[in-house]
Design a protein around this ligand. Structure first.
Ligand SMILES: Cc1cc2nc3c(=O)[nH]c(=O)nc-3n(C[C@H](O)[C@H](O)[C@H](O)COP(=O)(O)OP(=O)(O)OC[C@H]3O[C@@H](n4cnc5c(N)ncnc54)[C@H](O)[C@@H]3O)c2cc1C
Length: 414
């Protein structure tokens, strides 16, 4: 495709945040270019869980039928087993939100947004196109330089550049917006296994002292297993060998033993995820705003990464439309237009991170006394009505958006 050299909004990154924002802006008749580094939607495993509030929102935005056509799995509950005993189960059907969380491969999710936007006037999608640097004048962002697949560069002028380029955001770096990276004590190794027919639809956290597995039923017929490993522990793990790795997982959850034997044959059957949180003090500059993982990276606990990314886009799209209308044509959008957005989204993300840190600390306990106390605590929480109130606050936090902005489809500006 020929990349437009001028647009209202240039979105760098076509992950869940960038793809949805591109579609919502195009629906409003705003000229938008989504530049995505990867040439195809096929991608290594990423977060595939969409929390219930975002499922509600996607339906309100009219994406329900398209999501249904691609296919997804509803998650019934999250349950927790510790040292072989179930200590807690949270039934997602008991929350007032009215939808269950779903598990959908990222290429399907992003494909739904791209497909809905494809034929809208003013929308352009540039796959295989990487952001290299910002165009700036007088301290204001005016666009960006993109590198195309053939190695050539193109300058794109935009009234707003949106950095939606994920956890290692180059836009953030080039804009001089610093992220405070806080590594978690452990990293993760992911594997995907065929799901036995009688497995059920609970997301499970299986804990044995300071080792744990996240076991997620995944569309169409997989289990995604996340296994915590020590920080910088990949080398030692490889040295011990694949057999020991498989045995270690089977010791935590014996049901997985035969599946691992059959389906994890090389280290290529595993995927590494470095776990850290990133806090960014400043999310916007004149002419630029960050969203999704670029503005705040969280951990995989409770599968909130995609949820937060989608909510950013839903909340931001009406504000961008308003800001473009309020700013003189051709002028960059001032950062002040996004102050409220940033304050409210930051609050939500901080709540999630705080909860994730508490969980991570609990999962790192390993002495017999510590694990006994931990089991007792979770069992007690399991019996209290407070359990649903607490989880509801973290995973079903509503996002501040005018219901009128969730009409399906949103109006196209003349
Ligand atoms: C291996 C892995 C496992 C994960 N597991 C979970 C999980 O279990 N649960 C959970 O909730 N979350 C998980 N996450 C996080 C989740 O995937 C993210 O929170 C979510 O995808 C964030 O969406 P995003 O659009 O902000 O960023 P991303 O999904 O990271 O998308 C960013 C996009 O920007 C593109 N890009 C990057 N640099 C450039 C550039 N220079 N120019 C142009 N494009 C660029 C990338 O190709 C990508 O498509 C995982 C992430 C990874 C990497």
């Amino acid at each position: 495709m020929t990349i437009p050299t001028e647009t209202d909004v240039l979105i760098v990154g076509g992950g869940p945040a960038g793809a949805l924002l591109g579609c919502l802006l195009a629906r409003r008749g705003i000229n938008v270019l989504v530049a995505e580094k990867q040439a195809s939607l096929a991608r290594e495993f990423r977060g595939e869980t969409i929390a219930a509030p975002s499922v509600v929102t996607l339906h309100r935005l009219g994406f329900g039928p398209a999501l249904g056509e691609r296919g997804y799995l509803r998650t019934a509950a999250v349950s927790m087993r510790m040292e072989g005993r179930q200590v807690m189960r949270v039934d997602y059907g008991r929350f007032p939100v009215g939808q269950l969380p779903i598990d959908i491969p990222q290429p399907s999710l992003i494909g739904v947004f791209n497909e809905a936007a494809r034929s809208l006037p003013g929308y352009a999608y540039a796959p295989g196109t990487s952001f290299t640097r910002l165009l700036e004048r007088d301290g204001t962002v005016r666009g960006a330089v993109l590198r195309q697949q053939d190695g050539s560069s193109v300058e794109v002028r935009a009234r707003l550049v949106v950095g939606a380029d994920g956890r290692f955001s180059k836009v953030r770096k080039e804009a001089g917006l610093t992220a405070r990276i806080q590594p978690m004590e452990r990293d993760f190794l992911w594997i995907k296994l065929p799901r036995p027919a009688d497995w059920g639809n609970d997301a499970e956290l299986v804990v044995d002292r300071d080792k744990h597995l996240v076991v997620l039923p995944t569309f169409p017929d997989y289990l995604r297993i996340g296994h915590n490993i020590p920080k910088r522990g990949m080398g030692a793990l490889r040295k011990e060998g694949l057999e020991a790795f498989r045995a270690g997982i089977a010791a935590i959850d014996p049901r997985l033993g035969p599946l691992l034997e059959e389906h994890v044959r090389t280290w290529d059957d595993t995927g590494f995820l470095e776990i850290f949180t990133a806090e960014v003090d400043q999310w916007a500059r004149d002419g630029l705003v960050l969203i999704g993982d670029a503005s705040h990276t969280c951990t995989p606990i409770l599968g909130q990464g995609v949820n937060l990314a989608l909510q950013d886009s839903v909340c931001l799209s009406p504000l961008i439309a308003r800001a473009l209308d309020r700013t003189k044509p051709q002028d960059p959008v001032p950062a002040s237009e996004f102050s409220e957005f940033i304050a409210s989204r930051r609050k939500h993300k901080q709540l999630v991170t705080r909860f994730q840190r508490i969980q991570e600390a609990a999962l790192a306990k390993h002495t017999p006394l510590q694990t006994l106390v931990r089991r007792a605590r979770f069992r007690t929480l399991d019996r209290l009505p407070l359990k649903y109130a607490l989880f509801n606050k973290v995973i079903n936090a509503p996002h501040a958006v005018d219901p009128a902005d969730l009409r399906a489809p949103a109006p196209v500006r003349p």
